[in-house]
Design a binder for this molecule. Structure first.
Ligand code: MN
Length: 231
């Protein structure tokens, strides 16, 4: 199809064991999906989780065993890490039932929902949207996607983040308030899920600031580790 300008490149993520890449359509994120993180952010942990989005081209895709570079963003003095299990959608749908949700999953990856926390705190006080705090360029580093058929026991996997070798976040996927199937069902009531959608499923407690030069090592047991160097 002829375009009036050169179309932008489709954002994509590496897939473990394949040269084929996963094309990214949208990035959905779940807010406060672990009680201990909701509490550390000053909430009761008893409210329902909620959603926000990042632009598809916020992904920074790491190959297996690669240390990927992320530029330290402008406009913040407090860039926070949030390690998250990412679900990659292979088959779309609306009003997907919890029981049918698994059939829509292509695979899983480890991601970082990088956050300009100082701006987010300001925006919360003003009642303004979070876009500039959450949806900035390079705000979604992600490791290679492991196809769902190659993983067992993701529902009980451990999740953790180390900064320069020091443990900052630890938790279990089992502690999510909305599990993966419930999250897919909820999102598909609000939007039609499409092949290529990514879902960042929320972070456990222990979020904190990182600075230029830091090495972030994000893990979910059974998935490829994501390593990010802040530049
Ligand atoms: Mn998050």
């Amino acid at each position: 199809m002829p375009y009036a300008i050169t179309p932008p490149t489709l954002p994509s993520v590496a897939v473990l064991g394949q040269t084929n890449r996963f094309p990214v359509h949208r990035i959905y994120c779940v807010g406060r999906n672990y009680q201990d993180h909701a509490v550390e952010m000053g909430h009761s942990g008893r409210e329902a989780p909620f959603f926000f989005m990042k632009p598809a081209d916020a992904v920074v895709s790491a190959q297996a065993h690669e240390v990927v570079a992320m530029p330290y963003p402008t406009l913040t003095q407090s860039l926070h890490h949030e390690v998250e299990l990412v679900v990659a959608i292979g088959t779309g749908g609306s009003n997907i039932s919890v029981d049918a949700a698994e059939q829509h999953i292509f695979g899983y990856a480890v991601g970082l929902d990088m956050t300009r926390r100082d701006l987010q705190n300001e925006l919360k006080k003003l009642g303004r949207p979070w876009c500039i705090a959450k949806g900035f360029d390079h705000s979604a580093p992600i490791g290679p996607i492991t196809p769902a058929g190659q993983i067992d026991g993701i529902a009980n996997a451990s999740i953790s983040l180390q900064v320069n070798g020091e443990e900052r976040q630890t938790g279990s996927i089992a502690h999510m308030i909305w599990n993966v199937a419930e999250t897919i069902a909820q999102i598909s009531q609000a939007w039609a899920l499409q092949p290529g959608d990514l879902i960042f499923t929320g972070t456990p407690a222990g979020v904190g600031a990182v600075v230029r030069g830091d090495l972030l090592c994000a893990t979910v047991s059974g998935l490829q580790t994501l390593r990010v160097r802040l530049e």
